[in-house]
Design a protein around this ligand. Structure first.
Ligand code: NAD
Length: 351
């Protein structure tokens, strides 16, 4: 398989960030196996091979980690000598959602069990594969989250502290955040004890086309774009969760993929924030979407909705220093592309 620059395994390749990463790796000349419970919802996968299955199943994970080159695909058995480890693994698989999924408390056990089991399986099975093959060359990227930062540093909406070193004493505001914190520590423990080549990000609210936009797991940029797109052309009123003065920053998907690729190619293992520093209130996010749509939008605040922390913003000092990367697009540019895509989805559904 000499024509491929590298071979990569993308776990969670049927999801938002994973499916975009598969496209990016293919454009760089990689051979890619994607794995997920489901195929991507909004476009064909770009992967050379897409395997549907459950990564909480340890035997499935052991087989998923085996690259067989032109000797066979995932389903064929080939002699052991033809089996190789992947060059790069991108681990995106997790139970994921916006405030309506993560902050109600109803999904906590599922979120923690599913995600932590996947991460344990991937690391331990890759360690066994390294032993079996007598080599240790595979790089593993783990998509951590800013949800692991302590709640007590994010009470002031104007001044949240999300520097990497502010993580301890730990106090995430959700079980999702605790799992993300535990899992990033697990990756670093495998690095320390088994010398495995890990890279760990802390993503801050990634958004863009082909992200979940309905069904209950969507995050605020997609939810607000959908609500505004569903209004009549002149405008109207949308429901906004909370008083709208909670702050966040949002990073456009292409920028997230670029930063992740740079992290993988660098010698820096992280943890590192990957996000935008353009912090806005949720009310300003609504205003941005309204401007992009050309509609007059009024807000009706639902004060008892699940919310998350009062303020959150990325701090990019470390990523600028270590990777020479910074966000470039404004929120409005990203919202323009996302709004257009969500409007198309709604129009397609209505026809
Ligand atoms: P997503 O929900 O679109 O993708 C996750 C994918 O994992 C889904 O397709 C899902 O089917 C798959 N999956 C879940 N359990 C699985 C299992 N047992 N076996 C196989 N596949 C399974 O989410 P996303 O937005 O693409 O996020 C990707 C990763 O980045 C997640 O780990 C998430 O926690 C992390 N992250 C995302 C954001 C963000 O803003 N999107 C922010 C911080 C961290």
């Amino acid at each position: 398989m000499a024509q491929y620059v590298k071979k990569a395994l993308v776990l969670g390749a049927g999801g938002f960030i994973g499916s975009h990463m598969v496209k990016r790796l293919k454009s760089e000349g990689y051979w890619v196996r994607g794995v997920d419970l489901k195929y991507p919802d909004y476009s064909e996968t770009a992967a050379d091979e897409f395997v549907q299955g459950d990564l909480t199943d340890v035997n499935f994970v052991r087989r998923v980690l085996e690259y067989k080159g032109d000797r066979g695909n995932f389903y064929n058995s080939v002699p052991e000598r033809y089996i190789q480890p992947f060059d790069e693994i991108y681990q995106f698989a997790a139970d994921m959602g916006g405030a309506g999924f993560v902050f109600t408390g109803e999904n906590d056990a599922d979120i923690m069990r599913n995600s932590v089991t996947i991460n344990l399986n991937v690391l331990e099975q890759q360690r066994l594969m390294n032993d079996r093959k007598g080599k240790n060359t595979t790089k593993i990227f783990y998509s951590g989250s800013a949800c692991m930062y302590p709640e007590h540093n994010q009470l002031d909406p104007d001044n949240p502290d999300c520097r990497e070193e502010s993580a301890y004493p730990a106090n995430p505001d959700s079980e999702y955040g605790w799992e993300k914190l535990f899992s990033e520590r697990l990756y670093f423990a495998y690095h320390r004890n088994y010398d495995m080549h890990v890279r760990v990000s802390r993503y801050h609210n990634i958004f863009g086309p082909e992200g979940t936009w309905n069904g209950g797991r969507e995050k605020s940029p997609a939810a607000i774009c959908r609500k505004v797109a569903e209004l009549p052309p002149t405008g109207g009123t949308i429901e906004v969760w909370g008083d709208g003065s909670q702050t966040r920053s949002f990073l456009y998907i292409d920028e997230c993929i670029e930063a992740t690729r740079r992290l993988m190619d660098s010698n820096f293992i992280g943890p590192v924030n990957i996000g935008s520093e353009e912090m806005v209130t949720i009310n300003e996010l609504v205003e941005t979407v309204a401007r992009v749509s050309g509609k007059v939008v009024q807000r009706k605040h639902k004060l008892d909705a699940p919310l998350g922390v009062r303020g959150r913003n990325s701090n990019n000092d470390v990523v600028r220093r270590e990777l020479g990367w910074d966000y470039e697009q404004t929120l409005e540019e990203g919202i323009r592309k996302t709004y257009t895509w969500i409007e198309e989805q709604i129009n397609e559904q209505n026809h």
